[in-house]
Design a protein around this ligand. Sequence first.
Ligand code: SD4
Length: 349
Amino acid sequence: MPLSRRDLLRSGAALGALAALPRVAAAAPRPATPVVLATWDNRAAATAAWDVLRAGGYALDAAEAAARIPEADPEDTSVGLGGRPDRDGRVTLDACVMDERHRCGAVAAVEDVLHPVTLARRVMENTPHVMLVGEGARALAEAEGLEMGDLLTPASEAAWREWRETAEYAPGINTERRDRPSGHADDHDTIGVLTLDAAGRLCGACTTSGLAYKMRGRVGDSPIIGGGLFVDGGVGGAVATGHGEEVIRVAGASAVVEAMRHGRTAQDAAASLVERVARVTPADPAMIQVGVLALGPDGSVGAFGLQPGFVYVVARPGSDPAPDAEGTVTNRQPIDGGVLFTVEAPSVL
Ligand code: SD4
C-alpha cells in the first residue's frame, strides 16, 4: 500500500529526502553603488539613510535611520508622532523591516512607541517571531527600553475633533470616507524605504500611522511582509504606499519581487503590479491611490502610481536619478557625494 504524505512525514523518510536535496546557495551580495529609494518627498529621511551608506554603513541601519525621521516629526501627519489617529482618537502604528537574508520583523496597531521601526527590528533580532501586535508589541517596546509617549499632538487632536464634527461617525463601516480618495493629504507620506549599500546588501523598512481616521484595529499593508515591503537580497526589493487594502489584496511587494525574479525590470515589475491593482480592485480606481517602488541589486529603480501625484526620492551618486525608471524630476539637490532627486512616477490614470 502506498504511504500517505502524513505517513511519509512520520517515517522521517521525507526529512531524509529533504536532506538529500542540493542546497541552493543564496547569491552572495556583490559590491554595489549605494542607492536610497523612498516613497513620497521624504528628503530628510533619504538624506539620513544616505549618510549611513556614504560612511560605508549597513543598508538596514540606513533604512531604519530613514524611517525614524518622519516617525519623530510632528508635522508628518501619516507617520509616528503627529500621525492622524484612528476614528476613536488613538494613534496606532504599523511598521516592518526586512534584510538581505530574508530576516524580517514587524509590529502592527502598536500605541505610544515613538519609533515603531526600531521596535520591528527588535522583533526581528530579539524574538523568535516575525510580528507582534497591540499590547504585546507595546510591552516589548517597554522591555527593550524604547522611547514611549503620547503620540497624539495638539494639532492632530484638533484635526480629529474637526473631522468628527462632519463625519458620520460610526464604529461600523467607514461610509463617510467613500466621498474622497484615500490619497487625501492626511494619508500621505508613509515612508517605505529601500537601501542598497556598498557591499551590495539590499534592505528595506516601512512605517506609518495608517489611513487617517481608520476603524480601530485596522491594519494596513505597511507592516505586512510581502504587502508593504518585501526584499530578496539577490533579486530585488519593493515597497508600497497608498490604500493598504488594495496592496494586501494583490500581495503587493511580494508580487513585484517575484516579477523581478522572473526577469522583469524593476520599472516593469512596479508598473505591472499597479496595473493589476487597477484591474482587480472592487473600488473605483479613481478613488484610490497606490504607489510602488522597486530596487534591484544592481541599483536599478522602478516606480509607478495608480494616480498622478505619486512622488518618490532617490539618492545616488551621479547625475541620473534612475537609469531605468521613467518619471519627471521635480527637484534635484546635491548631497554629500551624490544627488538627491524628487521624481513624480508615471501612473495608470
Ligand atoms: C496604509 N499604506 O496604512 C498605508 C497608508 C499609506 O501614505 O501608505 N499612506 O494603508
